[in-house]
Design a protein around this ligand. Sequence first.
Ligand SMILES: [Fe+2]
Length: 454
Amino acid sequence: MHKDFPSATSNVELHNLSREELIAKIRAYQRQIELFREEQRRLNTLFAITRSLSQELDLDNLLHLLMDEVKETLQADRCTVFLIDEERGELWSRVGHGLENFEIRFPKSKGIAGYVATTGEVLKIDDCYSDPRFNPEIDRKTGYRTRNLLTVPMRNKMREIIGVFQVLNKKTGPFTDADVRLLEAIAPIAAVQIENAQLYEELRRTFDSLISTLAHIVDARDPQTAGHSHRIMLYADEIARIAGWSKRDREVLRISALLHDLGKIGIREHVLTKSEPLTEEEYEHVRQHVELTKSILQKIHFSRRFKDIPLIAASHHERLDGSGYPDGLVGEEIPAGGRILAIADMFDAMTSRRHYRDRLNFVQVVRTLKEAIGRHLDPYYVNCFFQISLGRLLEIMEFEEDEWVRPADLKWLKNFTLGELARLFEKEADWPEWALMFLRYYETAGSQNQNREE
Ligand SMILES: [Fe+2]
């Protein structure tokens, strides 16, 4: 029997009660049943929060999820999680109700949140503006009026305070002791998940910067192919997006694209930058970059999610009919990512200036791509490639040059696809203005880089 439940009453006793006493007893029972239901709702919330938090590793998503659940459960108007930035001695929050699109920061010792973060005390205030610890600065910045609040510290496994949970303006009056208990139960679960997400974010940043540094090292070996790996990544990602690939598969493909030519770091520089045709021996030497890419990448420890990267990256010179290298794979033996990279690589090679030639005429680029369908390139993914807009193609060709294409032109050219342009090329008739505009931009692409090199 719950300690708050009215004491049991025998049938005999009930008979002796007056009508009023009976009604009072029934009301007491009803109140207790309500309290039990309330308690059950809170427990269910706690379970639901624990379950959903454990599945989320993105910090912003996690914070959003937490704040929405807590706001809902505590019937509050707003909820914010402030995290401690030890290096700067500040509390900060970038997601919170009423904080959309701006990050708020203030000294760690300031306001109620600062007080709780410093002392570790729980604060429940029923009238904020009459409490001297309340910092009205945030209200002034956000144009909000805080009436009452509840703030609890969040401690990690080491019992260190990593931030505070703050809920504002309960809709049904001041916050209750039951609200305090619930938030105190949620806080440590949230703290552990937030730390995990922060750690994951940090690892991701390290990983991403390592990948892009490797890509830059490859591209830097030859100024004329500068940006090649990055462009391949952007073209490949467009193809995968159009083909409806999942977020996760697209990420694997983007990394494979950035690293596809990594093996070129092992190729002799004079061969890479030679402007005359390569000898047979030199050509063989260049072809080895794919095997090198594979063997270097296989030495890197990739998590299960990224384990296919070495195979995808090293299959960008395979051809559908088996005439490619290094393994002469045929059709679907070539990983789908590799088939996409082959298209992106071929397109970029033709539309970039090389030591031994200028970029190809665009009509010729389209013709070559089409001729390669089925023999060299996968028809399905080429079809996806032809669905990329002309505006997006120009953006990728010159991804380092902002506003190289006039914004209005870019917007217009995003209405037409490469496929539509390709169909025009088959006709003799006059080409419309958008096609001529695209070709004019294409002719001047890369001239900025050219000037820099001179
Ligand atoms: Fe390559």
